[in-house]
Design a binder for this molecule. Structure first.
Ligand code: ANZ
Ligand code: ZN
Length: 817
């Protein structure tokens, strides 16, 4: 009887998925457990990264079911997005047709991997039954004042003539045509995530089950800065420039001000000045550079004098106003006070444009006459009038207080986090449910009219506008308020919105009245174990946390954080590099499953590295796992025959050892899966147990009861990793019941006390041999054993034994001369 994985896997998958074996409901007496893998974009085929992600999830799901939990393990599709539209432009396939056929294919592949999903809960974000509720979410945000429209600078590719999402800008260039991406200002929809900055930051510390590195990335992304807003009078204009600074203590060191070129006051300041033309040219040029290029430390600081001056609020002196590349319009106030002596960017700028450098903080051992770079450290104030002599940390407070009292500023907190730009000038996304009416302005589509359906017949030319803008029957509508002709919003929503709430929908996927029933979400959430790539450490996870907080505030759910535990899996590498088309180092899951079966593919990917580390693909490794499963198969088939012989002797000299090893492996696998996520070491201990079972079998005599117990538990231990072979062997052995309904085994603590110990034998302190002996063996008996050993005999030949030292149950040291 061969290990015919093809037949076996087909048989069990048929059994699992035709009756939806993994369907769950909420009316179970068991405790709930929600295990979730980040749902994929349906690109067409699974890649190894997917296989890894879902295999890891499946280990948790299958393990926790046997541990007695009511496990929710759903799957769906993050199905809107650009690749579908690009396929339409390139190959003339409709995005919808392309996407749905990809989903079908990938769903088949997932079943062929034997991942235990409850397919009744499948969702696809491009389905009207789903995006109806995405649009509903938008309306709730709008009603709560969290969605707004504003003119804003967006990524603009001058050659494709289109707006690009941030994700489409790679190293400052258009992902499609590689030209430099610039900025353009357009009317866009935003979500007011900045309103939640403080809470999103504060609650990170409550996420005990998250990797530290992800928490740090989120903190940095939110980027809280404490400082002050300081106001400078513009000479002769009767207006003020507000700057944001984290270093109010350096205020006396200001030798110029610098505005972002796009700053609303720039044009007023330069108007009519001799510098006007040059400045306008500079502003124009800056439009085509993106933020990263403009602010990189490598980028040379560049700017123009506006011809205007500002008045220093403390000294009353005039300082020139510049515009420069390194100041961003949408951070802080879009304006900076230049302190060349204490800020490196300002230092470089001042050197280039010959601006004075005035030292106001004296650090220990700093040569203030001869600064080679900005001194950004701590120190004592100098050249700062009445504040001289104060420690700079003290001066921060004092100067801020002084400004506050005199109406020149106030302490404030700023975040790097920006509001979330959600408009996309694209077809394949959820339409924003808004109507524009000449009389009524912005009018939200009434909830009962949702969904605003995507029309099927549109043209896919890249023009910088959504293809929906050319679709008359979509655009033209009537105003929900006054009934007059009106136009629909033609932008669609960022797909990150669709993926910010899908894990709620799984709890109630077919609800046509609401996005979900509160009681169901409250039963299943938060997600107990979330698993996905670290590339989502920032955006997806932050947006999901934001959604959760908003829905909590609006009363739709009862908790504030969606994901209790997070595991970020490593990449799958081949020859040291991430698998990619361009490198030609892709191994297709389909091929591996075809050649070795799903169990081998899963086993290899779970065995080759701990889940959080990168994993190097190895053909030999796959072969090795395949051989292991074959060995496992043969052992059971052979033993089945032998064990049917009831005249078996009831004992073997290895019984104690086998019992010890069985219990040890149960403990190890249980802890490795449940506490440490060390799937790889769990598997290797299972492999060792198999090796020992072969030894045990070779000895000839078998303890029938013990070996049956071992074989049974062995299958349960390996079941989360390789469920098909485990189910099949369970059935072949005729073990009672269904392996999928048994309880995860407990280990016997008393069996873990070893009956044998290993004694290291040293000669003059050097280990020369090891002996496996019964615990508490007498010194006499041990000595005899050692002295009779051939190797020791030769080593001791012709030597005088000075001492024989025995450290009980540990070692022997023989001192010789
Ligand atoms: C004067 C100063 C003196 C500054 C000094 C630093 C050191 P973080 O920590 O990242 O918040 N800044 C403010 N707004 C800016 C903008 N829109 N674009 C570019 N730079 C901007 O940085 C805050 C500091 O970055 C602010 O403090 C400001 O420079 C600059 F010895 O003000 B500082
Ligand atoms: Zn109207």
């Amino acid at each position: 009887m061969e290990y015919n994985f093809r037949e076996i896997e087909k048989k069990w998958q048929q059994k699992w998925f035709s009756q939806n074996k993994y369907k769950v409901t909420e009316d179970s007496p068991k405790p709930k457990y929600y295990v979730l893998e980040m749902f994929p974009y349906p690109s067409g085929k699974l890649h190894m990264g997917h296989v890894r992600n879902y295999s890891i999830g499946d280990v948790f799901a299958r393990f926790m079911r046997l541990k007695g939990y009511n496990v929710l393990h759903p799957m769906g599709w993050d199905a809107f997005g650009l690749p579908a539209e690009n396929a339409a432009i390139k190959h003339g396939i409709h995005p919808s047709d392309w996407t749905w056929s990809n989903i079908e294919n990938m769903k088949r592949q997932l079943k062929e991997l034997g991942i235990s999903y409850d397919w009744d809960r499948e969702v696809a974000t491009c389905h009207p039954d789903y995006y109806k509720w995405t649009q509903w979410m938008f309306l709730q945000f709008y009603k709560a004042g969290l969605a707004y429209r504003k003119r804003s600078y967006v990524n603009w590719c001058p050659s494709c003539e289109t707006v690009l999402a941030n994700e489409q800008v790679v190293n400052g260039r258009c992902e499609r045509c590689k030209s430099l991406v610039g900025k353009k200002d357009l009317e866009q929809w935003f979500f007011r995530i900045t309103k939640y900055a403080e809470r999103l930051l504060r609650d990170i510390d409550k996420l005990d089950g998250w990797p530290e590195k992800v928490k740090i990335m989120q903190k940095n992304w939110i980027g809280r800065s404490e400082g002050a807003e300081i106001e400078f009078e513009i000479d002769g204009l009767g207006k003020r420039i507000k700057v944001f600074t984290t270093r109010p203590d350096t205020l006396f060191g200001v030798t110029y001000l610098v505005l972002a070129p796009e700053h609303p006051l720039t044009k007023e300041i330069i108007a009519g000045k001799p510098q006007e033309k040059e400045c306008l040219e500079f502003i124009e040029k800056m439009q085509y550079l993106n933020e990263i290029e403009r602010t990189s430390t490598e980028t040379e600081k560049e700017g123009r004098f506006t011809g205007g001056y500002a008045i220093h609020p403390l000294t009353g002196k005039k300082v020139p106003i510049y515009i420069a590349n390194y100041v961003l319009v949408d951070y802080g106030t879009g304006a900076v006070m230049g302190v060349p002596a204490h800020d490196q960017r300002d230092f470089e700028f001042a050197k280039k444009y010959n601006l004075p450098i005035k030292v106001v903080i004296k650090g220990d051992g700093v040569d203030i006459q001869n600064l080679q770079s900005a001194y950004e450290g701590e120190g004592v104030l100098i050249n700062s009038g009445e504040f001289n002599g104060l420690k700079n940390t003290e001066a921060m407070k004092k100067i801020t207080e002084y400004l506050e009292k005199n109406g020149y500023g106030k302490a404030c907190v700023t975040y790097k986090l920006r509001d979330w730009l959600i408009s996309r000038q694209r077809y394949w996304g959820a339409p924003i449910p808004i109507v524009y009416c000449d009389d009524c302005g912005i009018v939200p589509v009434p909830e009962e009219e949702l969904p605003v359906l995507l029309p099927y017949n549109v043209e896919f030319k890249p023009t910088g506008q959504s293809p929906l803008a050319y679709c008359e029957e979509f655009v033209n509508t009537t105003c929900p308020k006054c009934g007059k002709p009106a136009r629909r919003e033609t932008d669609t929503m960022d797909t990150f919105i669709c993926s910010s709430w899908y894990y709620f929908r799984y709890t109630d996927p077919k609800n046509s009245e609401k996005p979900f029933e509160k009681s169901l979400v409250d039963y299943w959430l938060p997600v107990d174990q979330y698993i996905g790539g670290v590339e989502h450490a920032i955006l997806h996870l932050l947006y999901s946390r934001f959604f959760t907080k908003v829905l909590y505030d609006l009363g739709y759910i009862s908790f504030e954080e969606p994901f209790k535990n997070l595991l970020t899996q490593g990449m799958v590498l081949k020859d040291g590099a991430k698998m990619s088309k361009s490198l030609g180092n892709i191994v297709s899951p389909e091929e591996i499953v075809e050649k070795y079966g799903a169990d081998t593919a899963r086993l290899f990917i779970l065995f080759a590295a701990p889940p959080e580390r990168d994993l190097e693909w190895s053909d030999q490794g796959v072969e090795g796992c395949f051989r292991f499963l074959n060995r496992l198969w043969r052992l059971y088939i052979e033993l089945k025959d032998k064990l049917s012989d009831s005249s078996l002797p009831g004992q073997s000299e290895l019984d104690d050892e086998l019992n010890y090893r069985l219990n040890y492996t149960i403990k190890k696998v249980t802890e490795d899966i449940g506490e440490r996520f060390n799937f790889n070491t769990a598997i290797s201990s299972i492999m060792e147990l198999l090796n020992f079972l072969y030894d045990y079998k070779e000895k000839g005599s078998l303890n029938r009861e013990l070996i049956l117990k071992t074989l049974k538990n062995f299958l349960i231990l390996i079941y989360p990793f390789t469920p098909h072979i485990a189910c099949e062997l369970w059935e072949i052995m005729g073990f009672e019941g269904d392996i999928e309904d048994v309880s995860w085994p407990e280990y016997d603590e008393s069996a873990l006390v070893r009956k044998n110990v290993e004694i290291a034998v040293q000669i003059n302190g050097k280990v020369r041999a090891r002996f496996d002996v019964p615990v508490d063996i007498s010194e006499e008996e041990l000595k005899q054993k050692i002295m009779n050993n051939e190797k020791i005999k030769t080593l001791l030949e012709g030597k005088e034994i000075v001492k024989f030292i025995y450290v009980k149950n540990r070692l022997v040291n023989i001192v010789i001369k």
